[in-house]
Design a protein around this ligand. Structure first.
Ligand SMILES: Cc1cc2nc3c(=O)[nH]c(=O)nc-3n(C[C@H](O)[C@H](O)[C@H](O)COP(=O)(O)OP(=O)(O)OC[C@H]3O[C@@H](n4cnc5c(N)ncnc54)[C@H](O)[C@@H]3O)c2cc1C
Length: 450
């Protein structure tokens, strides 16, 4: 039987970040994941990194009409997804190896296998019993099943299977217009598929403000992506190698034929098979682990972080939570609270942080809005895409409390806004600064001037 200071289950952004900090500060840390190819978790292996690598290539194709307008002639109809897959696999191997090396140098020990709690202070993995003073549950999340369309990996796929495709579908339906669904709608559209995006709520990107969702939907229409909101899938059948979907919208039904259907209706915490009951750890009806403000579960020796808890399911949130609990274990000065930036790598991109108009109205907090359309600036035009806007929200004392940004490069600029909110800056503090011209980020400053 092996005994460690800390045993961490799951080597995603939550688990590996906690392992690195704790081991570097002298703790004897064991990090468990299912196999070596899972180091980096969903984010590195089948989430943020491959998805953004796929989108980067697709975005160049999306910009081809712009290239032509600047005199650069070329053809895009021989795009080879197999090469993109190979290059992405190479990138993931490089990043995974780098991470593994960093963890090893940092002193982290590894065990590969499926871990399960067998008591309040023991985990079993590969027939070994592991004891530790503290455990960290960081087992992440898994694909959420659609009630009608179960994944068959042939006609019906999840985001994971996109990275295995050897051929692009001619017609694809994307079910669910959250961040992942919208990003893949752009990927398939730019790489030549006919894309139909359906969403059961009343707007795409439903957690964003309506002006954000409406702008992205309007741009999708221009790009040729068909969008149906307030729409559900009722049933399906396979005819002549096509999947025929029956939709229902506003009480009416209609059919569509596709080569593939991508399900992106969200993810659920991966907590069912890890023996939470044996560990004395409670979870809610959706499977999220119950935690206190320091991420301690109902067993005070066990923490839970990342996608297994009901905080925003984002890689950077998982890393922040890892740092927070590592500091608690190490008895360091606690981290300050931070606003959480949210990014969608659609075209146009979306970045939001802090409050939005929806949340402020719900909380009945009075606010002032400053909004600037990007078409009024030079740099968005030079970039070839001037759709979108910057919207900044201030409280009554003129403190910046939130922002919603839509447009080119806005996933980068949102971090600057987050810094200003975290620094508790007022409108005049930002207005007294100098922003370089011409840049995309001056849109943030110019919004305040306008
Ligand atoms: C397509 C896609 C795109 C995304 N894009 C973004 C993005 O752009 N930005 C962003 O912030 N987030 C993005 N995300 C979300 C992000 O990937 C997750 O929020 C993040 O990975 C959560 O980190 P985690 O450490 O909690 O869990 P995970 O990364 O899921 O890691 C959990 C690990 O635990 C392991 N594990 C599970 N059970 C066991 C067990 N019993 N024993 C041993 N090991 C186990 C798993 O193998 C896995 O490696 C995306 C997700 C997807 C699917």
């Amino acid at each position: 039987m092996k005994k460690y200071d800390i045993c961490i289950i799951g080597a995603g952004p939550a688990g590996y970040k906690a392992a690195l900090i704790l081991a570097k500060n002298g703790k004897n840390v064991l990090l468990i994941d299912k196999n070596e190819k899972r180091i980096g978790g969903t984010c590195l292996n089948e989430g943020c990194i491959p998805a953004k690598n796929y989108l980067e290539s697709a975005n160049y194709l999306g910009k081809f009409s712009y290239f032509a307008s600047r005199g650069l002639k070329g053809k895009t109809d021989d795009f080879d997804i197999r090469l993109l897959k190979t290059k992405t696999d190479e990138l993931l191997d490089t990043l995974r190896l780098g991470l593994q090396k960093k963890l090893s140098i940092g002193g982290v020990k590894f065990e590969y296998g499926e871990a399960v709690f067998i008591s309040k202070n023991e985990v079993k993995v590969n027939d070994k019993i592991i004891q530790a003073d503290k455990f960290i549950i960081a087992t992440g999340s898994i694909h959420k099943e659609h009630p009608v369309l179960a994944i068959d990996e042939k006609y019906i796929i999840s985001s994971k299977e996109v990275f295995k495709l050897e051929k692009l579908p001619k017609d694809i339906l994307v079910v669910g217009a959250g961040a992942i669904g919208c990003e893949f709608a752009n990927f398939f559209n730019f790489t030549g598929s006919n894309v139909h995006l359906c969403e059961f709520t009343s707007s795409i990107l439903p957690f964003e403000d309506k002006d954000v969702s409406d702008t992205v939907q309007r741009e999708y229409k221009k790009q040729g992506i068909k969008v149906d909101i307030n729409t559900t899938v009722k049933e399906y059948g396979i005819i002549n190698k096509k999947i025929i979907i029956t939709f229902e919208k506003n009480g009416k039904t209609f059919d569509g034929a596709f080569d593939k259907v991508l399900i992106s209706i969200g993810r659920i915490p991966n907590t069912k098979q890890i023996g939470l009951d044996k560990a004395g750890v409670k979870s809610d009806e959706r499977g999220f682990v119950e935690i206190d403000s320091l991420y301690k579960t109902t067993n005070e020796h066990i923490y839970a972080i990342g996608d297994v808890v009901a905080t925003p399911s984002l890689a950077h949130m998982a890393s922040y939570e890892a740092k927070k609990i590592a500091f608690d274990i190490l008895k360091f000065v606690p981290l300050k609270e931070s606003v959480i930036p949210n990014v969608v790598f659609a075209t146009p991109q979306v970045g939001s942080v802090g409050e939005n108009e929806k949340s402020l109205k719900e909380k009945e907090i009075p606010y002032n809005v400053k909004k600037l359309f990007l078409k009024s600036l030079g740099m968005p035009k030079i970039k070839g895409n001037d759709s979108g806007f910057v919207k900044l929200l201030f409280d009554e004392r003129e403190f910046l409390i939130g922002a919603s940004l839509v447009g080119y490069d806005m996933t980068e600029i949102i971090n600057q806004v987050a810094i200003c909110i975290n620094a508790k800056l007022k409108k005049d503090d930002i207005l007294s600064m100098i922003f370089a011209h011409p840049t995309m980020s001056e849109s943030f400053y110019k919004t305040l001037e306008g």
